[in-house]
Write a protein that binds this ligand. Sequence first.
Ligand code: 1PZ
Length: 215
Amino acid sequence: MSSTEEKFSLQEVLVSFKSCLVDDDQDVLVEHYLSGWKGLVRFMNSLGTVFSFVSKDAVSKIQIMEKYLAGEHGERYRTLQSMVEYELSSNLVDLNKRGSHPESGCRTILRLHRALRWLQLFLEKLRTSKEDSTTSTLCAEAYNDSLANYHPWLIRKTANVAFLVLPTRNTFFEVMNVGTTEDVVDMLGEAMPYVCNVYDFTQELYSQHNLLDIP
Ligand code: 1PZ
């Protein structure tokens, strides 16, 4: 294992979502949001190649956003508020039907935002799970209650098959690289609120602007 892999811990990733919120929790920095996501992708990749179809999609969405950030209007993409204002006022979002802006920032962030809800549900289930709980069941329940609602049949099917090869609860906790099971449970209890705050802020912003159903 290389030294960077040794240092990698899910705790750092989750806590990194803390640095997303700025202006008294009234805005989210896109760059930090993407850093948090890159950490999640690293974690997912450490679980095995079966999940590469999941991480590939997340990576391509991160890349879309990085291109905006590095582009001509990068400053407008600095925070979620400024991105929403800019894209809406410049008519850069396909609100009802896919058309000339299939990869708007608003749409791309919405896909990641929905996935964050899955992560919340899943980690909360893991945190409160019993020793004999099956991760694939916890994961499938979390998925079916959230992301699955936005996915077509084929993706739902593929995802549910992939869940079957998830590592056991113990292995999962080891990969998190936090310590004993008790340490993991404590860590999740402390770190998840940061992810929840980011989720709640985004949900509120998108709801105010009627952006929760961008196709
Ligand atoms: C820890 C175990 C990992 C299990 C991951 C559970 C997530 C369910 C798998 C979903 C399959 C994603 C395949 C691609 C789906 C895309 O079609 C959609 C919609 O995007 P569009 O087609 O509209 O452009 N993409 C998404 O819904 C975003 C999915 C990101 C998934 C990230 C999962 C979170 C990883 C955290 C790991 C700890």
